[in-house]
Unconditional design. Structure first.
Length: 115
């Protein structure tokens, strides 16, 4: 089992920045990729950034150039800049453990961007 705990959400004005962090504990040896998803009210959860154990990253088009994902072993961070009201959502940390066929989720952290 892997436990994920997010931190860093909050209220920020348009154009501002926030940094989200996610710390993994438990069977961290099983983790391959880690990522961040978000879910806005009335919308489906979407992948916005992902980083593999080899450091390969990919981003949703909506956040490219504004968000940066980084990882240090069992901790993954998301630096968010030039925030827009449409970035308002609950942000979830995700860890993939393909060897066990598992994906783990944090409880989420709310990011609100005011206009």
């Amino acid at each position: 089992q892997v436990q994920l705990v997010e931190s860093g959400g909050g209220l920020v004005q348009t154009g501002g920045s926030l940094r989200l962090s996610c710390a993994a504990s438990g069977s961290i040896f099983s983790i391959n990729a880690m990522g961040w998803y978000r879910q806005a009210p009335g919308k489906q959860r979407e992948l916005i950034a992902r980083i593999t154990s080899a450091g390969v990253t990919n981003y949703a088009d909506s956040v490219k150039g504004r968000f940066t994902i980084s990882r240090d072993n069992a901790k993954v961070c998301l630096q968010m800049s030039s925030l827009k009201p449409e970035d308002t959502a609950v942000y979830y940390c995700n860890a993939e453990a393909p060897a066990f066929g598992m994906a783990y989720w944090g409880k989420g952290t709310l990011v609100t961007v005011s206009s």
